[in-house]
Design a protein around this ligand. Sequence first.
Ligand code: MG
Length: 248
Amino acid sequence: MISIKNSRELAGMRDACRISAMALQFAGESIRIGMTTGELDKMIRHFIEKQGATPSFLGYGGFPASACLSVNETVIHGIPGKRILHEGDIISVDVGAYYHGFHGDNAATFAVGTISDEAQKLLDATEESLYKGIEQAVVGNRVGDIGHAVQTYVEDRGYSVVRQYVGHGVGTNLHEDPSIPNFGTPGRGQRLLPGMTIAIEPMINCGTHEVEVMPDEWTVLTKDRKLSAHFEHTVAITPDGPVILTRP
Ligand code: MG
């Protein structure tokens, strides 16, 4: 079921999303060569709790940490742990905060030190594709318009769109209807209505779009082990156009 938020609920979403965005920014600023993903996760958890919020992902479906930290060929759902960050790595941080009954959700891929041109170009294209998708998040458009915009932008540049994982509605639950694929046909799918809040989150690969889930049942890798990037915002559909709620 799709939930339409009234102005009070949208204000609640704004607060949760602002904390989520601050946590993501904090994570990006905290990344250091030589640290483990487990250390970074602890810092993120502490930051969110300091704001009086709860990490949305902690315990969600049994997820054992506060943020999904996905390095290089890891697409999403990387479990923080002993992996050490090396110069030249890229790390996707996906983090949400639950605050006064609402969830925010956002993600970004960060460089660890100096990265290759190939990696930088992937990050730039993925981030830009998110904004191409957000531009289409307007009343009267359909979910397929968002996906088509993301897909066209990245495929024109030689990248591929992950199919198995998609964006989603977000609100009192972390994952709500409708699904927001990063691929699609213009004019198809659920119509976008004022008061919907959705997480748009392109997951973009350098090589094949195919992915593999590791035996831990969380970690998602690219099948060819080439690089993957992930950017996400929570966006409100309003009569005045899309409003990005996850801005610090
Ligand atoms: Mg999400």
